[in-house]
Design a protein around this ligand. Sequence first.
Ligand SMILES: NC(=O)c1ccc[n+]([C@@H]2O[C@H](COP(=O)([O-])OP(=O)(O)OC[C@H]3O[C@@H](n4cnc5c(N)ncnc54)[C@H](O)[C@@H]3O)[C@@H](O)[C@H]2O)c1
Length: 427
Amino acid sequence: MKKYAVCGVSNRALNMFLKPMVTTFRDHVDLVAVLDIDPRRFEVLHNEAPETKEVATYSDKEFDKLVEETKPDVVIVAGRDSTHVDYILAALEKDIDVITEKPMVTTAADCKRVLDAEKKSKGSVTVTFNARYPAIQRRIKELILEDKVGKITSVELNWYIDTHHGASYYKRWNRMRKFSGGLSIHKTTHHLDMVQWLIDQYPEEAFCYGTRNYYGSESPLNPSKKDGRHCSTCTEKAECAYYSRWSSRSSDAAPKDDHLGTIKEMRSGSNYTDYSPDMCIFDSEIDIEDTYSATVRFKKGAFLSYTANFSSPFEGYRLAINGTKGRIETQQIDCRGTYDIPPRGIDYYPLFGAKESILVVKGEGSHGGSDPLLQEDLFLGVDPKRPYEIMAASEAGAYSVALGEALWRSSETHQPINIDALINGDV
Ligand SMILES: NC(=O)c1ccc[n+]([C@@H]2O[C@H](COP(=O)([O-])OP(=O)(O)OC[C@H]3O[C@@H](n4cnc5c(N)ncnc54)[C@H](O)[C@@H]3O)[C@@H](O)[C@H]2O)c1
């Protein structure tokens, strides 16, 4: 049985890795160590998963000690994005395999460091892109492999992150480029990787407009220009449309989400060390964009037209893939009960001939059923019945991060950016 250590006892680590490792997969993996900068995280872990109480705990400075004492075969990296690079490099240096949450790292320069380190190491890097796993994505991948589209000519992708989910990024560390790389890396790495995986092409050049329209102190939705407010204690929350959308004066009915979902301690905001999940979305320290519109050319000739909006009335995406033999289209939108936009499967339009509609069987579990499948691939071995590669390596991790960086950099310079040049430090 392989021995695993987890660096970063985050909300995501708890639900995606730690709890499943000591329950569903306990006969297949041996969790030997956890590491985090905040000891309070270990208390929460022990409360949430009492089976972990005997697992060795280490502080952020004790990676070497962790390896010496517990000798892991695999290090799972799942803390704040900006911490990934250090643990990935430290593990590779010791020839240990790495499984890292997305984004692999937060800059193109760090991508190069990881790629170079991996070449010298006996260890390898896997990036957990769960956005490849939903049933819709896997069926589209199969249709492309069945040559239904022919040579892929262009992709249209519009991603909508609703006011609740979108705002959650601006309440936490994600709102600072130095911690997350900005949302063109932290979040859109999922979308950009999904495209590069579906069409089997890496990006070559990108141009983008990106700006901040909704969040930050200059937002037209900001009730007043005051820094340092927190939702839990804010005296202006009745004037805040983002807060009032989910909460009345007497109750907070905000839906659960990825980040604040399962842990009561996080929702109250005060229990972790140097960590707040409810900082004001209108603070002036916010330094990242919330709106992108990009054009990308891929290496085998496909074009991508991509938009992302982090304050949308609904959540989801519209995707179309065009080729010399046909077009695939889907729309996956969730309105949190507000509007009625009927769910759609996949529509296939051959260039000449009748349209076909495909309904897929959706999986159970978080992120549209993707997380349980990814956990099985990680801990039981990749499903041998799946006739295509789905697990992402460092190369996909690097291209998705570098493309994300190209988006925000191009927004600033108004110039197209070559992705390989960015990775190689020539931009
Ligand atoms: N694939 C997905 O669907 C998905 C969803 C959510 C989050 N994520 C990713 O998972 C990771 C965790 O995100 P989250 O929102 O759950 O995080 P979080 O805010 O819950 O936790 C961040 C953790 O990092 C720790 N940390 C900070 N500095 C550290 C250091 N120097 N060394 C070790 N630990 C340190 C914090 O103490 C905390 O435990 C991120 O990389 C995020 O991008 C992926």
